[in-house]
Write a protein that binds this ligand. Structure first.
Ligand code: TYD
Length: 137
């Protein structure tokens, strides 16, 4: 995988005097069947989450509230995306190193995932990740 497969998406936004509504559908805005969702929240100032890659797992990441930076790396190039709107999302395909940091106070990150949790799918060592990218080029 390389960074060209990352997709920054604008989700549908139904504006209404009563408040806005945004939706996501598996197989539509999300290009996979959603098997799992998880939230990242109450991140103390200065902390980072992630710092690993997945061999198989694809993810779809939304800043439901607040903001944070998403750092992506394909072993050759790096990309930083600031997520700060509920209707913006990023499709992160498997095979990329990814980290989130610079979480604002009360930020809430939603992750939609293509597989169930599987620790064996993680690559947690950056040098191992670099070898993986060379082997899978
Ligand atoms: P991890 O994915 O390593 O978090 P981060 O990348 O944000 O630092 O997960 C942290 C812990 O939570 C780890 O022990 C596994 C557990 N976990 C689950 O049990 N299920 C899940 O769906 C996720 C994402 C994590």
């Amino acid at each position: 995988m390389n960074l060209s497969q990352v997709e920054i998406k604008q989700l549908p936004k139904i504006e209404d005097d009563r408040g806005n509504l945004t939706f996501v559908e598996g197989g539509n805005q999300v290009p996979f069947d959603i098997k799992r969702t998880y939230l990242i929240y109450d991140v103390p100032g200065g902390e980072a989450r992630g710092g690993h890659a997945y061999r198989e797992l694809d993810e779809f990441i939304v800043a439901l509230s607040g903001s944070f930076n998403l750092h992506l790396d394909d072993g050759t190039s790096q990309l930083k995306i600031n997520l700060n709107r509920s209707y913006n999302a990023v499709f992160v395909p498997h095979g990329l190193w990814r980290k989130m940091d610079n979480f604002s106070t009360n930020s809430l990150c939603l992750v939609l995932a293509s597989t169930e949790y599987n620790e064996a799918d993680y690559i947690r060592d950056y040098n191992e990740f670099l070898k993986y990218t060379v082997a899978n080029a």
